[in-house]
Design a protein around this ligand. Structure first.
Ligand code: SF4
Length: 160
């Protein structure tokens, strides 16, 4: 059972400021940018294993928070329960299998993701030759949900 799927950028962090700022503030800003993103197992024990100094409040390391009464703060935690994590895993395996079979059958439609208006086309090196254009009725984005809500998990469960 995974404890989370987390990542952070390995790019060198730059802190921009118009005025001179103390070194400590620069370090804090850099640390903030290294805070991991992704999805964590919504379990206080697991969250504390990720961030050993966290007793309550938001973690500076992982996308999780603990309430004053010692529970997972769902509002500030990007997390799912054990059961949901299992559904996600099975859905991912199924999706990889489905996509592989489609590719083998020759289905290679242009269908880049679109999450809150962000798409991979923005920085894609093949933009010049791929010709993806939403004005073409065959070209559609694969809109992905902003957050892994209970509804999304339920839909995945039905599909696997
Ligand atoms: S520009 Fe074309 S190849 Fe690149 S991500 Fe977008 S759709 Fe895919």
């Amino acid at each position: 059972m995974p404890a989370g799927i987390l990542y952070f950028s390995l790019l060198e962090q730059m802190v921009k400021s118009d005025k001179k700022i103390p070194e400590e503030e620069i370090e804090n800003q850099i640390r903030k940018n290294f805070k991991m993103k992704g999805l964590i197992l919504a379990d206080v024990k697991i969250i504390k294993l990720h961030d050993k100094n966290l007793t309550s409040g938001s973690s500076k390391l992982v996308p999780a928070a603990i309430t004053n009464s010692g529970e997972v703060n769902k509002k500030w935690t990007s997390g799912v329960g054990k059961e949901e994590f299992k559904v996600l895993q099975e859905y991912i395996y199924k999706t990889i299998k489905d996509i592989s079979q489609e590719i083998l059958k020759g289905k290679i439609d242009l269908k880049p993701y679109n999450k809150k208006g962000k798409t991979p086309c923005e920085y894609c090196s093949y933009k010049g030759i791929c010709g993806f254009n939403t004005k073409n009725c065959d070209n559609k984005y694969n809109y992905i949900p902003k957050k892994t809500s209970d509804d999304v998990i339920l839909k995945m469960k039905e599909e696997i």
